[in-house]
Write a protein that binds this ligand. Structure first.
Ligand code: GLV
Ligand code: GLV
Length: 331
């Protein structure tokens, strides 16, 4: 429709979000089940006032410049925004929105599912039965580790980390956390105890669960050195971002028996090639980045991302703005 703001949605999102957008905007949607190619993105952003992007879209200065001077907002359908060059956006007066809070508990549920699955070897058990190996009850088969009364180390005590701590309390776990902002108060509501150093947390934990954003401080936070500080019996859980873990170092640590295993919803690279070493290891569980994948949460995210987008292209400020330093007066 002539006169309405022009927006690009880079992949189909739940209908509740599309309904909000199409009422207020002239929408173009890339109807594909996989991420658009770089060329496709560069071509389709041209002249847009707003973009609704996914964590699989790399949105950098080149894309912003291809969109041109009328671009007002990039609304990311995710809480994480490491796929967007926020500094480049701010410089161009482009607002960046995200969807915090929507998936907090849903992602914590998945982290805890992974913890339980890895501890009790659920994936191996399912395979065992499916492959017809279940002959009888065996005293020494598929022995896992107790979750109750074990020590859980949470790295990054933000919203999701806090929800994981709450779940762990219900299982009588001893919850430790490390938070680089040293937010001592964060443990109070959940009974979690703060460790003053990451090394201390790693040395004491039976399960280590990652809940940090991906940035230059957290890239490869889990590497050969930090894996070496963990217990030999420990299990690593990652529902945050793949590159927080050095994949090569993790493979070596598991193969050498320096840690017991890993349960990952995010990997580096993503997707993991189907012949990857990690997928050959029985002590390793890999899921295809489904932390927020419930009907309720994806609907909530769609509404938040759509409202952010519409606010941004109609002269307002999105409710969930990432670059809250005021974007440069722009364009
Ligand atoms: C998912 O990984 C998100 O950041 O929302
Ligand atoms: C994300 O929602 C977080 O702060 O953990």
């Amino acid at each position: 429709m002539y006169g309405q703001p022009k927006v690009l949605v880079t992949r189909p999102i739940p209908q509740v979000g599309m309904d909000i957008i199409s009422k207020a905007c002239d929408v173009q949607i890339l109807r594909c089940d996989t991420p658009p190619s770089r060329e496709e993105l560069l071509e389709n952003v041209r002249g847009m006032n707003g973009l609704l992007t996914l964590l699989t879209d790399r949105i950098d200065a080149e894309i912003m410049d291809a969109a041109g001077p009328n671009l007002k907002i990039i609304s990311n359908y995710a809480v994480g925004y490491d796929n967007i060059d926020v500094e480049a956006a701010t410089k161009r007066g482009v607002m960046v929105g995200n969807t915090p809070g929507a998936m907090t508990e849903t992602t914590a549920d998945l982290a805890f599912s992974l913890l339980l699955a890895a501890a009790r070897r659920i994936g191996e058990g399912i395979d065992y039965v499916r492959k017809g190996k279940w002959e009888t009850f065996k005293p020494l088969e598929l022995l896992g580790r107790d979750v109750h009364h074990a020590a859980l180390g949470i790295i990054g005590m933000g919203r999701i980390g806090t929800e994981v701590a709450k779940r762990a309390r219900g299982f009588d776990m001893n919850v430790l956390y490390y938070d680089h902002r040293m937010r001592r108060d964060k443990g109070r509501s959940t009974g979690a105890v703060m460790c003053d150093t990451l090394d201390d947390l790693l040395a004491r934990s039976d399960f280590v669960s990652l809940h940090t954003p991906l940035n230059e401080k957290t890239r490869h936070l889990i590497n050969t050195h930090t894996l070496g500080l963990m217990k030999k019996t420990a299990i690593l859980i990652n529902v945050a971002r793949g590159p927080v873990v050095d994949t090569e170092a993790l493979c070596e640590a598991i193969e050498a028996g320096r840690i017991a295993g890993a349960a990952l919803d995010v990997t580096d690279p993503e997707p993991l090639p189907s012949n990857h070493r990690l997928l050959q290891m029985p002590q390793c569980i890999v899921l295809p980045h489904i932390g927020s994948a419930t009907v309720e949460t994806r609907n909530k995210m769609a509404v938040m991302a759509a409202e952010n987008l519409v606010a941004g292209v109609t002269g307002g400020v999105p409710k969930y703005l990432v670059n809250c330093e005021k974007p440069a007066v722009g364009n």
